[in-house]
Structure formats: structure tokens, C-alpha cells
Design a protein around this ligand. Structure first.
Ligand code: HEM
Length: 140
């Protein structure tokens, strides 16, 4: 498709060479996308970052997921970061399989939580019906 950009993959070794203010790359795993590690070039954002340039420089060329998540960035920050994504981290087939497996597990857990009947809710409902029935019989 013409409007689908080709996915560029960078190895961690290549990411690790971009540690200057002119070229600051980092890796952050995307929790909303099956924990896929994505590569970001934040050079143009250093001076605009509300948390400052210093913290970004500390993790330049590295996986910054833990630092990024520890701060508890807002959803606005997560939208903003999409502008700086330049590609994906190159993974081995094993790593890709592991991430896909984790994503499938996560999806299954979510569907189990959302769908189906909660046994406690069913019990409370049954109890409420029986109590209602009991009192309506008493009155008649
Ligand atoms: C592309 C990546 C990033 C983007 C777009 C981004 C964006 C933002 C934004 C918008 C805020 C303001 C608060 C909020 O809305 O959550 C913020 C705060 C902050 N960020 Fe980032 N950030 C990025 C990466 C990082 C990384 C990698 C670190 C740490 C190594 C970091 C550390 C901080 C800190 C310390 C604050 C200040 C929190 C505070 O003062 O309450 N950020 N960031």
C-alpha cells in the first residue's frame, strides 16, 4: 500500500551510537502495542521536554522504558512521543515470539475480565431475587 511507510528496524548496537545532543536516540517499549520496543530520535525535543534535556541524555542510546514508565508520563506525553518514533528495535525471532506470546496472554486476560459473568455478581443477583420473592409472598 502506498500510504503505509516501510518499517525500519535498528539494532541496539546502532541505537547505542546516537548519544549526542545532535542525535539522541532511545528505545521505549510500547505498552499499548504488545510491549513492542520502538526507537525514538528525541534530538529535536530535548529543549522542549518538560522533564528537561538532562534526563533524556542520561538514557541516550539505551532502553529508557523503566525511566519513562517510572515517571508516569501522561497520555498526552504518549501521544507526543509518536512524533519522534523513527522505527522499531531489531529483535531476534525468539524475542519476537516472546513478545507476541505476552501480547496474546494480555489480550486473553483482558477478554476474560471483560466478558463472561462475574460469579459474585450472579450470587448477589440471585440473593436479591430470593429476598424480593420472600417479602412479596409475605405481604400477600
Ligand atoms: C519521546 C519521549 C518522551 C516524551 C514525548 C516525553 C514527554 C513528557 C511530557 C509531555 C512531560 C510533562 C508531564 C506529562 O505530560 O507526563 C514529561 C515530563 C517528564 N519526563 Fe518525559 N518524555 C519522554 C521521555 C522521557 C524519558 C526517557 C525520561 C527519563 C529518562 C523522561 C523524564 C521526564 C521527567 C523527569 C518529567 C518531569 C516529571 C515532573 O516534573 O513531574 N521523559 N515528559
Amino acid at each position: 500500500m502506498a500510504d503505509t511507510p516501510a518499517v525500519v528496524e535498528y539494532s541496539m548496537t546502532e541505537v547505542a551510537t546516537h548519544t549526542t545532543k545532535e542525535s539522541t536516540w532511545l528505545v521505549i517499549k510500547d505498552m499499548n502495542d504488545g510491549d513492542t520496543p520502538k526507537v525514538y530520535d528525541v534530538s529535536s525535543y530535548l529543549n522542549d521536554h518538560p522533564g528537561g534535556a538532562e534526563v533524556m541524555m542520561e538514557v541516550a542510546g539505551q532502553d529508557a522504558t523503566n525511566m519513562f514508565e517510572d515517571i508516569g508520563h501522561s497520555s498526552d506525553a504518549r501521544t507526543e512521543m509518536k512524533k519522534f518514533q523513527i522505527g522499531l528495535l531489531k529483535l531476534t525471532d525468539e524475542e519476537k515470539a516472546k513478545i507476541a506470546q505476552e501480547a496474546a496472554k494480555k489480550a486473553e486476560r483482558a477478554s476474560r475480565q471483560g466478558g463472561g459473568l462475574n460469579p459474585l455478581a450472579v450470587l448477589v443477583l440471585l440473593l436479591a431475587i430470593s429476598v424480593g420473592y420472600y417479602y412479596s409472598n409475605q405481604r400477600s
